[in-house]
Design a binder for this molecule. Structure first.
Ligand code: ADP
Ligand code: MG
Length: 530
């Protein structure tokens, strides 16, 4: 049947590019046995690349069945396989860059395979998937080569008939995979799940293992700082706990308790770095990341001010009431929210979908939503904002929502916190007792509110089956083009989009794609039954 691929390509060689469409469908390969499914063929050489899948029976891979035993193992295995494929493709591209003619792996005439290259997080993705029917599949895109506007049959055979087979062999056959690295990868992910699952039972919202490397190599990369430069994480005695791992071993580290926790310390002492590690602790990390033993409860949400965001019918009344002009804050809408209203909306939206831990950094907050000091309280009487400091206690006691907040300069927060952690040259110290002394010395009348206010529940039900994801432009920006208008003729529409750059917990472009897809679905469903 693989011969048919060659025959088909010979037949269309030199035809118009559109003849590639005849390849749509399935070709069977033997040794190793797999099916090549050509699902989408690009319209011309410059269009978005073609999409292909290689589907192999599980038995054929030789992979041990233990990797099928749980959902977590399947996700970790598929993540690993995607990384092997991505590395193999990258190595082939590098070979070409150093001048090797590498048989159509990439080039001006096409051929470059592409697979979603994963970052530091282990996520369920569609790039590699195990199906219920006992198969594992890899999904790629590739550009089918052209000479001018005509098909290049022989080159395409090199790409799909030869190179792709090589790629499938390297990434799916156990014989070619480093057994130990795979095993460590899967075990690490399993450990992270086990650690995360122990948090709630121990009254914790996060755990940071001793020895973790939290800082990144630079502000623009997710790779860890060099071991020789980074100060390894070390828990203060007071918060040190030991969690158990599946293999019976123990891991020690700092547990951040539920309630209101202040992360403080001097500037540049590592506060934000610790908070960022907790933010991403909702995900599992690859071994070697440095944060692979840092876990947070999965309903922890990073909250920040997003000056200029649009807000649509969100109840921000716990924080903001009596806006000038009588604007309704129980159903607040704005195309250009302020720092404080955007932050209030972000908190309420997080609570609506069930967030139980707010993660906040003073660096990226609207100060007037966090606190209002006594002088401002007496000077400005017409203040529509009730700051979070007056609500944080009620949030926890009434709704069970914890807050972890990085505070450098707003000492009023000391009065509402259960625990105060100070970062001192990247080493955390517990200073809750010292903080209590300071409060006695400099007391303040805090207007605390006994109850939080309204928290509506938001439920989205969107049907995903059989839909094709739209392409996100960048990791953090989704272009939204209403179907009815032509962006070319309407500059205002062409500019419209959804800016996701304020969502610090999005780590891969695939996540933006699924969000784009969901938004499109919601828009379509709303349009069809308004
Ligand atoms: P803060 O929020 O307290 O001002 P940051 O978390 O932004 O401080 O950290 C300041 C700098 O210190 C950053 O460049 C960061 O990469 C670095 N850093 C943070 N933690 C460590 C560490 N454990 N070891 C070495 N450098 C660190
Ligand atoms: Mg900071």
């Amino acid at each position: 049947d693989w011969g048919r691929l060659q025959d088909d390509l010979n037949q269309i060689d030199g035809s118009q590019y559109g003849a590639y469409k005849r390849l749509l469908g399935t070709y069977k390969h033997v040794q190793p046995e797999f099916a090549l499914s050509i699902d989408h063929v690009q319209g011309d050489a410059y269009a978005a690349p073609s999409r292909v899948r290689a589907i192999m029976p599980w038995q054929e891979t030789g992979l041990p069945n233990e990797y099928l035993e749980s959902e977590v193992r399947k996700i970790a295995l598929c993540d690993f396989v995607t990384r092997v494929a991505a590395d193999f493709i990258r190595s082939k591209h590098l070979e070409r860059n150093i001048g090797n003619l590498n048989g159509g792996w990439s080039g001006p005439k096409g051929g470059a395979f592409n697979i979603n290259a994963p970052g530091q997080e282990v996520l369920p993705r569609t790039s590699a998937m195990i199906s219920g029917d006992g198969t594992i599949e890899l999904r790629f895109t590739t550009t089918l080569p052209a000479a001018g506007r005509t098909v290049l049959g022989q080159q395409t055979y090199q790409i799909l008939g030869v190179n792709l087979v090589d790629l499938v062999r390297q990434s799916l056959l156990y014989a070619n995979i480093d057994h130990l690295t795979l095993q460590r990868h899967v075990q690490s992910v399993e450990k992270q799940r086990v650690l995360r699952n122990q948090l709630a039972g121990r009254g914790l919202i996060a755990f940071i293992a001793n020895g973790s490397t939290l800082p990144r190599a630079s502000g623009s990369t997710a790779f860890p700082m060099e071991q020789s430069q980074a100060v390894p994480f070390r828990s203060p005695k007071e918060f040190e706990i030991t969690l158990e791992l599946p293999d019976g071993s123990n891991v020690g580290g700092m547990g951040i308790p539920c309630g209101i926790t202040l992360l403080t310390g001097g500037g540049f002492h590592g506060k934000s770095t610790l908070l960022e590690a907790v933010e991403l602790g909702i995900y599992d990390h690859i071994p070697g990341d440095g944060r692979e033993m840092v876990v947070a409860v999965s309903d922890a949400v990073k909250i920040r001010a997003e000056d200029g965001r649009s807000v649509s019918k969100v109840d921000i009344s716990p924080f903001i009431t009596d806006l000038p002009g009588g604007k309704d804050t129980k159903r607040f809408s704005s195309d250009d929210a302020s720092g404080s209203t955007s932050m209030a909306a972000n908190i309420q939206e997080a609570l609506e979908i069930g967030c139980k831990t707010l993660l906040i950094d003073e660096d990226s907050s609207a100060t007037n939503l966090l606190v209002r000091d006594r002088r401002m309280q007496s000077l400005i009487k017409k203040e529509p904002i009730t700051p979070l400091i007056s609500k944080a206690r009620a949030l926890y006691s009434r709704l069970g929502v914890s807050t972890v907040i990085v505070i450098g300069g707003l000492g009023d927060w000391l009065s509402v916190s259960d625990s105060v952690i100070a970062m001192d040259s990247y080493v955390p110290k517990i200073i809750t007792r010292e903080a209590k002394e300071v409060i006695k010395q400099y007391p303040r009348m805090l207007a605390e509110h006994g109850h939080y206010g309204s928290t509506p529940v938001r439920k989205l039900s969107v049907h995903l089956t059989g839909s094709k994801p739209p392409r996100a432009l960048r990791k953090n920006f989704i272009a939204v083009r209403p179907q009815t208008s032509n962006p070319v003729h309407d500059p205002a529409e062409a500019e419209s989009g959804v800016d996701l750059s304020g969502l610090d917990q999005l780590v891969e472009v695939g996540q933006s794609r699924i969000i784009a897809l969901l938004l499109q679905r919601i828009a379509n469903e709303t349009a069809s039954n308004p």
